[in-house]
Design a protein around this ligand. Sequence first.
Ligand code: SF4
Length: 253
Amino acid sequence: MRGSSKRRPEAEQGARLLQQQIEMGGRELFMDRLTREQALALAAAAKSSGADILPVDSGENVKSLPVLPASYEELRSAALSCDRCQLAESRTQVVFSDGAVDARLVVVGEAPGANEDRTGVPFVGAAGRYLDLLLATVGMSRRDSVYICNVLKCRPPGNRNPMADEISACSSFLEKQLELVHPEALLAVGSFAAQLLTGQEKTALGRLRGEVHSYRDIPLVCTYHPAALLRNPKWTRSFWDDLQLLRAVMDSA
Ligand code: SF4
């Protein structure tokens, strides 16, 4: 097994900070941990309806896709110079990934925002720090056990929603990233990532979360995007429940 499930000091600090936030809101947040048997049952029952192969668009706005390289560094280089879709014209930087390439967990978000476009690093700013804090409470860190990327590698102008042809154009990079990192588990944050990875593109996020799916036999949990948690703090409990489910599935692996 890669990495360590032991809590480190920052995880304990994160748990304390989160507990303080909960207490300030006067709400109970922590759910009872699943038993090993329950986690194993959930993992065994993981739906097999996940998207085995992510969609590749053949629309007019998308250039033909060259065969993607087999090595991680070559794949990253190909993404950094990609101009397959219109987002290449407005981006500042391609935002490929952050975290450990041999991670136990891959977190997949939607698309870079302004901070990410400026720095070239996914999940920076307030939402990124909040995600790091929440992951630390279950002993996970992008420093050694988490790999983070987005469905789209370039920022949609004005943070608009990704368009279908952009998702299709970019999804082969994500598919190859997941193949090369091959984590023990996946966490999709936000509707676009959840719908793409489960293959259920018309299902609302609220109906995808709270259970274990699978993507190419990798257990997959869907939850809210950390930016949405900052806008809607009442969803933090649901996010926490999903993290506990994820942790239990990983502990049972
Ligand atoms: S969003 Fe993806 S497909 Fe579009 S230019 Fe950026 S890397 Fe290429």
